[in-house]
Ligand binder design. Structure first.
Ligand code: MC0
Length: 138
């Protein structure tokens, strides 16, 4: 069902400062930056290797998911994202196991991916994201 760890999402107050920290500390390259209005974040993807990334997330507003997380818990790991083959199929499979899906249908994620979230309270306290990568251009 899960193919790999796609990314670890880290909530922060200052995206530029955390890009500097992570890129210098671990010698990582920023491969994408995006503002995702629907998710309420400004973000950067730093490649660790292949298709695995650290995702840095700064909230666009205090009442967004990441804004609320920062107010409650402070900076740190916000979610773990797993690569899947087909996100809609995986959502269907997981729904049969009684886990709450936070999205009725896949949404737009980083770098053209399709994503869906699972409720952290049903996954051992870990906000979990399913990621179907963008299809390569032909
Ligand atoms: C909240 N909780 C978490 C959590 N956020 N637990 C673990 N990890 C997190 N990230 C816990 C709270 O501590 C609280 O527990 C309970 O869940 C309810 O939280 P709340 O503060 O009352 O907030 P809600 O219920 O309004 O929303 C929480 C929920 C929401 C996870 C449902 O944030 C959500 O729908 N998230 C999915 C979308 C998202 O996070 N988007 C931003 C990343 P207690 O015990 O205190 O009651 S977008 C992204 O990453 C994209 C761009 C991408 O990857 O491509």
């Amino acid at each position: 069902m899960l193919l790999r760890i796609d990314h670890v999402g880290i909530a922060c107050h200052d995206l530029e400062a955390k890009i500097k920290l992570f890129s210098e500390l671990f010698e990582l390259e920023v491969v994408a930056r995006e503002v995702n209005e629907e998710q309420g974040v400004k973000e950067a993807m730093l490649r660790v290797s292949g298709d695995s990334y650290i995702q840095l997330l700064e909230p666009l507003s205090p009442d967004s998911p990441v804004g609320k997380f920062l107010a409650k818990r402070g900076e740190g790991v916000h979610h773990v994202a797993f690569g899947v083959g087909d996100v809609s199929d995986t959502m269907e499979q997981i729904a049969t196991k009684g886990v709450r899906l936070l999205d009725e249908k896949p949404r737009h994620g980083s770098m053209g991916s399709s994503i869906a979230f699972l409720h952290p309270k049903d996954v051992g306290g870990m906000l979990t994201e399913l990621v179907q990568g963008a299809k390569p251009a032909v």
